[in-house]
Ligand binder design. Structure first.
Ligand code: 6CS
Length: 339
């Protein structure tokens, strides 16, 4: 046998062994998220992988795909609904054209300032898991969990302390329609983009500002191309983890119980992990760019933005219809932020 033939024979034997090995020993679940390695969604996915593999004694292996490996935020939602991916992060900030009702989480000032309250509501609220989950179900998605990733912070190239300061500022928002309306009401000119286009957009002044939790501002390096970090107390970034609905419905009771245990364990894990990630990132930004200005708006300044955007909930209710009003009212009650 020639060397070439021997090489090919060895390769196909190895490939056969690998495929057969996979089929006999392990079921593979794909988990795609919207962030980079080491970011909050990646920490969650890694811990999910560790727990699922441990609890199934390796009968299930979880393969994680980070942002870009399978496409943008909207692409991975479609892949999950189509069943090509079993789990993914689908953040309300990007999910608005797919599951319009989830945009209630884009209504500013909805979440509590107290993360113990947020944890209780986001992990077990009937409004979410019995109500909103039906809107996911109708799109082929099972709503698995929700968690926050930290306070949203504006990064800008100029000082912004009142809505008038946003005049003419091209502000990048995520792709859910409600965010365009919210940032218009704050006084800026909003532009919706996937996050992969934000750094170059800021660099070339296609956009002038954006908003994200601090860990993400550090990891995506948005602070390099902006000069101010502005805490306006407006919102936390929230994300959902979804699964393909048919895949989930077809799981055995034992697997479903295992996934419920994993969800409960991860609820404790992720609140700590996101806090640590955000605290450490702010320190690193200040070290990397000592000239960056950190502004924390005071109560009166925050109130001006809150007042400017007070009609956003009502316009969402009008646009999306259905039971959006009841959902929003119930969530405001549960978070203790009813107006
Ligand atoms: O700004 C964005 O679009 C991205 N921000 C975060 C914190 N996670 C993923 C999301 O797509």
């Amino acid at each position: 046998m020639s060397l070439n033939k021997l090489f090919k024979a060895t390769l196909s034997a190895a490939a056969l062994f690998a495929v057969a090995g996979t089929a006999v020993h392990a079921e593979e679940w794909k988990f795609a998220h919207e962030e980079s390695p080491g970011d909050v969604q990646d920490l969650y996915a890694k811990e999910f992988k560790r727990l699922v593999e441990e609890k199934t004694n390796g009968d299930v292996t979880v393969t994680i795909y980070t942002y870009g490996q399978l496409g943008t935020e909207n692409d991975i939602t479609e892949l999950t609904a189509a069943g090509a991916v079993q789990f993914s992060n689908a953040s309300p900030g990007h999910l608005g054209t797919f599951v319009p009702e989830i945009q209630v989480f884009g209504v500013p000032y909805l979440l509590s300032q107290d993360n113990d309250v947020n944890k209780k509501v986001l992990s077990s609220s009937p409004t979410i898991y019995d109500g909103l989950s039906k809107d996911f179900e109708s799109k082929g998605l099972k709503l698995y969990t929700m968690y926050p990733e930290g306070e949203m912070v504006w990064t800008t190239k100029k000082e912004v302390k009142k809505p008038a300061d946003f005049d003419g500022v091209k502000f990048r928002v995520m792709t859910s329609p409600i965010l365009i309306e919210t940032y218009k009401s704050f006084g800026s000119d909003p532009v919706a983009l996937p996050w992969g286009e934000v750094y170059s957009g800021l660099q070339t002044s296609v956009i002038d500002a954006q908003v994200n939790p601090i860990f993400f501002i550090e990891s995506a390096k948005f602070y390099e191309v902006t000069d101010y970090l502005i805490y306006a107390g407006q919102q936390q970034y929230t994300t959902t983890v979804v699964s393909n609905a048919d895949f989930y419905a077809g799981l055995s009771d034992e697997r479903k119980a295992m996934l419920a245990d994993v969800k409960a364990e991860l609820d404790d894990f992720i609140y700590e992990a996101q806090k640590e990630a955000n605290d450490a990132a702010l320190d690193r930004i200040k070290k990397a760019k000592p000239g960056i200005e950190v502004i924390r708006l005071d109560d009166a300044q925050r109130a001006a933005f809150k007042d400017a955007s007070k009609g956003i909930g009502a316009s969402l209710v009008e646009e999306v219809g259905g039971d959006t009003k009841e959902v929003l009212d119930s969530l405001r009650k549960e978070f203790g932020t009813g107006m």
